[in-house]
Design a protein around this ligand. Sequence first.
Ligand SMILES: Cc1cc2nc3c(=O)[nH]c(=O)nc-3n(C[C@H](O)[C@H](O)[C@H](O)COP(=O)(O)OP(=O)(O)OC[C@H]3O[C@@H](n4cnc5c(N)ncnc54)[C@H](O)[C@@H]3O)c2cc1C
Length: 291
Amino acid sequence: MRPAAFDYLRPTAVAEAVRGISGSDGAFFYAGGTELLLALKMRVLRADRLIDLKRIPQLDRIALSERGELTIGARATHRQIEESALVQQVLPALGRLCSQVANIRVRSVGTIGGNLCFAEPHADPGTFLAALGARLHLVGAQGERMVAADEFVLGEFETARRDDELLSHIVIPAQAGPSAYRRFRHGERPSVGVGVSWRLAKGGRTIETARIRFGALGPRPQAVEALEQALGGVETAKASGRIAELLPHALDALEVISDRHGGADYKRHLAATLLQRCIADAHQAALGGRP
Ligand SMILES: Cc1cc2nc3c(=O)[nH]c(=O)nc-3n(C[C@H](O)[C@H](O)[C@H](O)COP(=O)(O)OP(=O)(O)OC[C@H]3O[C@@H](n4cnc5c(N)ncnc54)[C@H](O)[C@@H]3O)c2cc1C
């Protein structure tokens, strides 16, 4: 099916893009189009206007601040992130995550911003960004604001983004320890994704704090506080054993939807296995000094 007719804007600045969307119910930003064009063709969505983000410089910039924060432009494609020498150096787990998204065709045009804003629950980046404590920067007619990755996805295809707001970039704080992401899939999209990041105490042998997020199980990435708390003060080499004591009951707290990716019990089992693998990855990274 072909989409219904729409206007097409090609702004060259963020402010122009935001003006283009303000006051229009049927206007959408258009980045890679891998989700949007399909939805328009299937007429699940109807657009009066598309605002193409491809000509706005800086929106695909990947950079490191003096404070060690990694900034990723919303229009950076999965492929750009996967291939970025900077990402490979400071946050290789994010590069690996992006290299596993979809297939090369989707990765070459699909953007991290489009992924986050579409909020399809079977997605990878939002889970790991929440585990990393990332911030999402939004620009709208009312000005700029920042939303924690943890608070961005509200439900299936639903985010904290206002209709007139553009996601401009994502900031990932400097990591004071290793991180890891693992996912399982039997189709194109993940059935379960698990992200872990640790802040290590001085000396690098002990976990000071842990962040763990489970994705694709329910409408949004989820945390299990009992697991995070259990890792505080634990040596990285003993983390796996500590978690094993709490699994699988700790995962009963997760909201898990049975769907074509599997039943809830099966997904909880996968989540437990992936968590243990993430812990092994993080421990190895801590030994090797690579996040
Ligand atoms: C076959 C297939 C397999 C896939 N497998 C995976 C997978 O394994 N893991 C995974 O995580 N994802 C997967 N995806 C999803 C894929 O990652 C997304 O389709 C892609 O990242 C979306 O980016 P886009 O630039 O194409 O977004 P678009 O389709 O251009 O936009 C999507 C939505 O976001 C809005 N939007 C886009 N950019 C912005 C912005 N900067 N600010 C505000 N709103 C914006 C648009 O208006 C639209 O509503 C898969 C998709 C396909 C088609």
